[in-house]
Design a protein around this ligand. Structure first.
Ligand SMILES: [Zn+2]
Length: 237
């Protein structure tokens, strides 16, 4: 181990500037062990240890004045012990506070997640409301179909009664009735795409030619362009 260290070496060792070390000298905190005739300052190992302590206390937030008092005081070691204990407790408190904050952040994250599912839930309620409107529409469709069939039967009976063989009129009547019913239904429904989740209305033609189940119709989504079984819902008016 070296006998003495230059100010440059000490500064490098403790990762501070030589200006800081000179400042500590000026403030009478730590004076170099020797100052040579040419002005060069040298420190001994004990002084370096004290400097280390000063820098450590400074980083902990102690003022230079407080540090100076500590170093000069007879019972400085005990005071230092007390101060370090206090600092330790303070840090412990800070850690506890930070941990508490972290817990709150985690909690808020969970709330945010469940809020997203609440939005989904309200979407579902919305779809369910539309579903009940759709049920009414479907019942009405049955009634209209029966009504149309009765009208058609009456017209056909009248035509037969008058011995009018106007089968083209009958075919037209059935066709027009069917298209009118279909148009009525089409005007009251729209579809939810399972790919993009958006609602869309298909063209009347693709609506009619699409294969379907009671709740779905295989359609090409006008929003994302994907073809899939889309959920039938009541159209927003
Ligand atoms: Zn889509």
């Amino acid at each position: 181990m070296k006998e003495k260290y230059s100010i440059g070496e000490v500064a490098k060792m403790l990762q501070v500037s030589t200006r800081t070390l000179r400042f500590y000298d000026e403030k009478d905190l730590i004076k170099p062990a020797f100052v040579e005739n040419n002005g060069y300052r040298f420190y001994k190992i004990e002084q370096i240890k004290q400097l280390e302590l000063i820098i450590y206390l400074k980083n902990l937030g102690f003022s230079l004045k407080q540090i100076k008092h500590l170093l000069k005081d007879e019972s400085g070691d005990q005071s230092l012990e007390l101060l370090l204990n206090e600092q330790y407790q303070e840090n412990k408190q800070k850690i506890a506070e930070i941990n508490q904050q972290q817990k709150q952040i985690e909690h808020l994250r969970k709330i945010k997640l469940s809020r997203t599912s609440l939005t989904n839930f309200s979407d579902i309620t919305n779809i369910m409301k539309k579903e009940s409107k759709l049920m009414t529409l479907r019942k009405r469709m049955w009634l209209l179909t029966i009504l149309l069939m009765i009208i058609e039967l009456v017209v056909i009976s009248i035509l037969y009664a008058f011995q009018l063989r106007m089968s083209i009129i009958v075919i037209l009547l059935v066709l027009i009735g069917g298209v009118a019913l279909s148009k009525y239904y089409y005007d009251n429904v729209e579809y939810v795409c399972p790919n993009c989740g958006k609602e869309f209305t298909p063209s009347f033609v693709s609506f009619n030619i699409a294969s379907h189940t009671p709740k779905f119709r295989k359609l090409t989504c006008s929003k994302c362009g994907k073809k899939s079984y889309c959920l039938e819902i009541s159209r927003r008016k």
